[in-house]
Design a protein around this ligand. Structure first.
Ligand SMILES: O=C(O)CCC(=O)C1=CC=C[C@@H](O)[C@@H]1C(=O)O
Ligand SMILES: [Mg+2]
Length: 372
């Protein structure tokens, strides 16, 4: 694969709603879009790092810095035949997974375009339709969460995830169960807002038939999660604690979780996502694709990875139109049936970049070329 030019653009896209979690809230999606040009094709990737280091340690700025100083020079330093070469090339650099993933994802897209196959196919995907769920943030009142749940159920979303935090937890779940019944596929995501001191709350949540409780304890923990899991019938799902397949192996061995949320950016790219997927499959641990409020580019990558066979639980990849008045891809990622997305068959991510929309949201850009 000949890489001729890499473009990094910082985009700021207004969200259609305020998204609040236990660690903060946002109305503007501030992120980096990567375009890798080679042999007449362009591959696209998205950095899912946020402007602030509260979900993980990376930010829009650290991602840019790591790309410019280390990752892009490495990409230009030696020939690349496949996206797996990129994974090997980046391996000596510690962490900075979202920065690595944005570039690696763009190369996967470029690679599959050059081969004339869909990204899903290049990754080994087997599904042409995927079931998806929706992630509902913390709202000022339980009543407002219930309104959002009602709309999501009307759209047919196959899993309802609600964000919880101490003081806004059992009453939300109880409210949803009372209003919509026990058969709604429901889960809660705590984004590390609890400790073992909150065991009584976890035990209360355990009574509501949740599909899972996501990342209740510390972002860097798998020990207490194992202790907690032993006391709950509801499976624990790990998100923040898993950065690679080795973390997943240790968590599975310890019994820290029954389910793993794979976020491509958090684990450093599609190659590592596949590794975690395969490892979990061999241990009978189901996985699902988490969301990071992606623009259409990241969303398209999520759709492609979700087509792999062990993504048996609907992920957080809701439709573009839920988030954006105008997405940066055409067409947007939209439901083709209640709660279902189609996996594109066209080469690469299978969506075209809307350059006008990119121009509208871009606030900064830079171009990098290999030294002659
Ligand atoms: O709609 C989406 O893209 C999912 C959003 C979502 O749940 C999350 C986005 C970003 C950080 C976290 O709050 C979170 C999650 O932890 O899964
Ligand atoms: Mg989460």
């Amino acid at each position: 694969m000949k890489l001729e030019r890499i473009e990094v653009q910082q985009l700021q896209m207004p969200l259609r709603f305020r998204f609040e979690t236990s660690f903060g809230s946002t109305t503007i999606k501030d992120f980096l879009l990567i375009s890798v040009h080679g042999e007449g094709a362009v591959g696209y990737g998205e950095s899912v790092a946020m402007p602030t280091p509260f979900y993980n340690e990376e930010t829009t700025e650290t991602v840019w810095y790591m790309m410019e100083k280390f990752l892009i020079p490495k990409l230009f330093s030696q020939p690349i035949e496949t996206p797996e070469d990129v994974d090997r090339l980046f391996a000596p650099i510690r962490r900075n997974n979202m920065a690595k993933s944005a570039l690696e994802g763009a190369i996967w897209d470029l690679y599959s375009k050059q081969k004339g196959i869909s990204l899903a196919k290049a990754l080994g995907g087997t599904r042409s339709l995927i079931d998806v769920g929706i992630s509902i943030g913390i709202e000022p009142t339980v009543g407002e969460v219930l309104q959002r749940v009602e709309r999501a159920l009307a759209d047919g979303y196959k899993k309802i995830k609600v964000k919880i935090k101490p003081g806004f937890d059992v009453q939300v779940i109880q409210g949803i169960r009372e209003r919509f019944g026990d058969s709604v596929p429901l889960m809660a995501d705590a984004n590390s807002a609890y400790t073992m001191e909150h065991l009584d709350i976890m035990k209360e949540l355990d009574q509501y038939g949740l599909i899972m409780i996501e990342q209740p304890l510390a972002h860097d923990d798998i020990i207490d999660h194992a202790k907690l899991q032993a006391q709950l019938k509801t499976p624990i799902c790990l998100d923040e604690s898993i950065h690679n397949a080795e973390d997943a192996r240790k968590a599975i061995e310890l019994g820290s979780c029954g389910i793993i949320n794979i976020k491509i950016g958090r684990v450093g790219g599609l190659t590592e996502s596949k590794r975690i997927h395969d490892l979990c499959e061999s241990h009978g641990i189901p996985v699902w694709c988490g969301g990071m409020v992606e623009s259409g580019v990241g969303r398209a990558h999520n759709v492609a990875i979700t087509s792999l066979p062990n993504f048996t639980i609907p992920g957080d990849t809701a439709a573009s139109s839920r988030y954006w008045d105008l997405d940066i891809i055409e067409p947007g990622v939209e439901l083709v049936a209640p709660g279902q997305l189609a996996v594109p068959e066209q080469p690469g991510i299978g969506y075209t970049l809307n350059q006008q929309a990119v121009g509208k949201y871009a606030v900064r850009s830079a171009s990098y070329r290999p030294a002659k």
